[in-house]
Write a protein that binds this ligand. Structure first.
Ligand code: FES
Length: 146
């Protein structure tokens, strides 16, 4: 057993560097492809804003957990909140205050102000949420299923 040669030493150095490079390149790619399992935060309600944020006909899209929710105020002052994702092909819907309907621009689908699909391709109504006004805060909550 003699001393390791200079060539052996350089081989080990090269292999170590190459291994480190491969790991540093592949690890972020693998983490991107297989993201860590993040559990959804169990949210049953969220503050959508202040009453003054919702003039008559005003609307806003908020998030309740991972669900985008369209919140709007009708001409009679009532609030409505429903899923902001079209039931046809998942485009984001918007409130059209001129005719008090919810519109999906992707394929010209319409829902009434209660989220019922009334024209165009959407096959199902939008899921509804409850809206509560406490003092001057507008709170959106998942419907009571009891
Ligand atoms: S995605 Fe909304 S109508 Fe097609």
């Amino acid at each position: 057993m003699g001393q390791p040669s200079r060539r052996t030493f350089l081989d080990w150095l090269f292999r170590g560097g190459l291994s480190a490079w491969v790991i540093s390149v592949t690890y972020p790619i693998v983490r991107y492809i297989i993201p860590p399992d993040v559990p959804e935060i169990d949210m049953s309600s969220i503050e959508a804003g202040l009453l003054s944020d919702f003039p008559i006909g005003g609307s806003k899209i908020i998030r309740l957990g991972r669900t985008p929710v369209l919140v709007f105020r009708k001409i009679n002052g009532d609030f409505r909140a429903m899923e902001a994702t079209c039931t046809h092909l998942d485009c984001t819907v918007q409130f059209k205050k001129e005719d008090e309907r919810v519109w999906c621009a992707c394929h010209n689908g319409y829902y009434d102000s209660d989220g019922k699909n009334i024209s165009g391709p959407p096959p199902r109504p939008l899921g509804r949420f409850d809206v509560i006004v406490q003092q001057d805060k507008v709170i959106v909550k998942k419907p009571d299923l009891a």
